[in-house]
Design a protein around this ligand. Structure first.
Ligand code: NAP
Length: 295
């Protein structure tokens, strides 16, 4: 265990260390490796990002993604449409990128304006350029455990767990949240890793009764303090995907201060799942490049 982020807690009279998983450090290492891999490719891969509207959080995420591309030597195209863009206009932009030989990977930043059918638009992305893995074909392959393009946030979470030495097979994992972006694909990935998986959502009565039985609790809800210390058992592993803006600060979905005293491993917000999502986007962009025959 590294010194960084480690904290001492007392558990049954024995001094234990609750390790804080440093997602930023892990992601920086992955970006450095990606940079070296990209330098050896025949040409730089190209990622196109389609965004509609001016959602401030989406603008921050897109900027982080574009900055990461620049850092590792990936070319990028930033297609920014107005919030009034129609479904037809957004699909038009996606189809032009599908046909563009210079574009290897396409990301449609969600949420899209409420007036358009998100499912319809995501299913227009060419499956081989579907860097987020949201196309029904790739999502189906994920369920069958043979997808090359796995949604970035859950992929990053599995990577963090493995890198932190968590043996997933046989563990009971509880995932709170069942969105297309995080909860559902994460539950499938944990199942593919031979975890016993329970999924909780807004209609689950008494979420704590499930989380208290879990070896691993992953939270992706979008509400601060969804997971409190009384909801986990001593020594559980806790992954917090939540990003909630509280004025100038960012908070996760976990009551971090209290839960870290009881968990054996925990991700912070910021500096946990967020940077890993960006690192996985870079890995998936290289995967798209190779899927198109790039050497
Ligand atoms: P979402 O689409 O709004 O889904 C939220 C999920 O939480 C839904 O499945 C919902 O259940 C469930 N839920 C809501 N209230 C609940 C409650 N009280 N108890 C249990 N479950 C509840 O959100 P999302 O896109 O998955 O994002 C979740 C969080 O992760 C947000 O804070 C988002 O910003 C963050 N996020 C972070 C990253 C990153 O890179 N770090 C990436 C993506 C998302 P129903 O299905 O029944 O409505």
């Amino acid at each position: 265990m590294g010194k960084m982020g480690a904290e001492i807690i007392r558990q049954r009279g024995v001094i234990m260390r609750a390790k804080i998983i440093d997602g930023k450090k892990m992601a920086d290492g992955l970006l450095e490796k990606a940079k070296q891999e990209i330098a050896l490719l025949a040409r730089p891969p190209c990622l196109a990002i389609v965004m509609a509207g001016d959602d401030p959080a989406s603008q921050v995420y897109v900027k982080k993604k574009l900055d990461a591309c620049k850092k590792v030597g990936i070319l990028s195209k930033d297609i920014h449409l107005q919030s009034s863009a129609s479904e037809k206009e957004i699909i038009g932009a996606v189809n032009r990128l599908n046909k563009d030989d210079g574009v290897d990977a396409i990301l449609v930043q969600v949420p899209l304006p409420g007036t358009v059918d998100e499912d319809r638009i995501l299913s227009e992305v060419s499956p081989g350029k579907d860097v987020d893995g949201f196309h029904p074909l790739n999502f189906g392959k994920l369920a069958l455990n043979n997808s090359e393009l796995i949604p970035c946030t859950p992929r990053g979470i599995i990577h963090m767990l493995k890198e932190s030495g968590v043996q997933l097979s046989g563990m009971h994992a509880v995932v709170i949240g069942r969105s297309r972006i995080v909860g559902k694909p994460l539950a499938l990935l944990l199942l593919n890793e031979n975890c016993t998986v329970t999924i909780c959502h807004s209609r689950t009565p008494g979420v704590g009764a499930f989380t208290r039985q879990a070896d691993i609790v992953c939270v992706a809800v979008g509400k601060p303090k969804t997971l409190t210390a009384d909801m986990i058992r001593q020594g559980a592993v806790v992954i917090d995907a939540g990003t909630n803006r509280q004025g100038e600060k960012l908070a996760g979905d976990v009551d971090f201060a209290a839960v870290k005293e009881k968990a054996s491993l925990i991700t912070p917000v910021p500096g946990g799942v967020g940077p890993m999502t960006v690192a996985m986007l870079i890995k998936n962009t290289i995967a798209c490049y190779r899927l198109r025959g790039g050497k």
